[in-house]
Ligand binder design. Structure first.
Ligand code: ARG
Length: 261
C-alpha cells in the first residue's frame, strides 16, 4: 500500500475524476489508515511503498505490478501522468529480492489482472479495452506460465478489470456482467458457474473493488448491497470507509497490491 500523502485530482484520466472537485487530503489519509488498520486487524502484513510528490495516483498501488508465485510482472502505464510509478514498484520488488520481469507491453498490473490459483488449475483473468493492451495478456502468460483469459471491458466507468470483477477466494469470483462484452460474459459464465453477480448499484458504489482473503471481504462501506450479497454467500463482509479516494476513480482493491508470497 502507498499512503495518499500527495493525493489530488489534478488531471482526469477516467470518468470519475473531476479536476473541479476539491479533494480533502487529510480525510483521504485518515480513511487510508483505516483500511490499513482493517487489513492488519485481519492478520495480514502490510508493506508500504514510499509516496512521491507529483504522483497523485500512487495511492492506487494495485496498478504497479502483478505477482504470481514470486514472479513479478511489472506495469507499464497507459497515461504519461502515471508512467514514473512503475519504477517505484520495480525498486520495491527488487529490494525484497523478488524476480522482476519488465514488461514491453502497456499494462496496469492488478488493475487489469487478477489470479485465481484454484480456478481450473490456476487462471489469470485479464481485462482490456481501456488501459491494458491485449498484447500484454500474451506477455503475462509467457512471463507467468499460467493461462490468461482475455476479457473485453465495454463501459468506460469500469475502465479496469478490478472495478468490475474480484476474486472472493482462490477459485470463485464476483462480477458485474454488464461491464463486459457479451462474449466475455459468456466466457465468465462458462468458467465460473457459481460466481456471484453484482448489479449496477453495487458497481457504482465501487463494491466490486474489494479485497478478499477467502473469508473476509474488505469492501467500501458505501457498497452495502454488495456486502449483503457476499454475506449471503457465506463470506464475512468488512466495510471500510474510503469515500475520498473515489474521487480518483478507485477504492479498496486499487489501494492494495497483493504480494502472494
Ligand atoms: N486515477 C487512477 C487512474 O485512473 C485510478 C486507478 C484506480 N486503480 C484501480 N486499480 N482501478 O489510473
Amino acid at each position: 500500500m502507498c499512503p495518499p500523502e500527495y493525493f489530488t485530482v489534478e488531471y482526469a484520466i477516467n470518468p470519475w475524476m473531476d479536476t473541479a472537485t476539491p479533494v480533502d487530503r487529510e480525510l483521504a489519509v485518515k480513511q487510508w489508515h483505516g483500511l490499513r488498520e482493517a487489513l492488519l486487524g485481519l492478520g495480514h502484513t502490510v508493506h508500504e511503498l514510499a509516496p512521491e510528490a507529483g504522483l497523485p495516483d500512487m495511492v492506487y498501488a494495485a496498478n504497479g505490478a502483478l505477482v504470481v508465485d514470486g514472479t513479478v510482472y511489472g506495469a507499464r502505464f497507459r497515461h504519461p501522468q502515471r508512467t514514473p510509478e512503475a519504477a517505484a514498484h520495480r525498486s520495491f520488488h527488487e529490494a525484497r529480492g523478488a524476480r522482476f520481469v519488465a514488461p514491453a507491453e502497456i499494462n496496469e498490473g492488478e488493475g487489469d489482472f487478477t489470479y485465481l490459483p484454484e480456478a481450473h488449475g490456476g487462471l489469470i483473468l485479464a481485462g482490456y479495452g481501456f488501459r491494458t493492451e491485449p498484447a500484454a495478456h500474451a506477455e503475462a502468460q509467457e512471463v507467468l506460465g499460467r493461462p490468461v483469459v482475455s476479457l473485453r471491458l465495454v463501459d468506460p466507468r469500469f475502465y479496469h478489470l478490478d472495478t468490475a470483477l474480484a476474486p472472493l477466494d482462490d477459485g470463485n469470483i464476483v462480477y458485474f456482467p454488464e461491464a463486459f462484452s457479451v462474449a466475455a460474459q459468456r466466457v465468465l459464465a462458462q468458467l465460473f458457474p457459481d460466481a456471484i453477480r453484482a448489479d449496477e448499484v453495487d458497481a457504482f458504489a465501487f463494491g466490486l473493488n474489494l479485497v478478499s482473503d477467502g473469508r473476509h471481504v474488505v469492501l467500501n462501506s458505501e457498497a452495502s448491497g454488495m456486502a449483503a450479497k457476499v454475506a449471503a454467500a457465506g463470506y464475512l463482509p468488512v466495510p471500510v470507509e474510503l469515500s475520498e479516494l473515489k474521487k480518483g476513480g478507485g477504492s479498496i482493491k486499487c489501494c492494495v497490491a497483493e504480494l502472494r508470497d
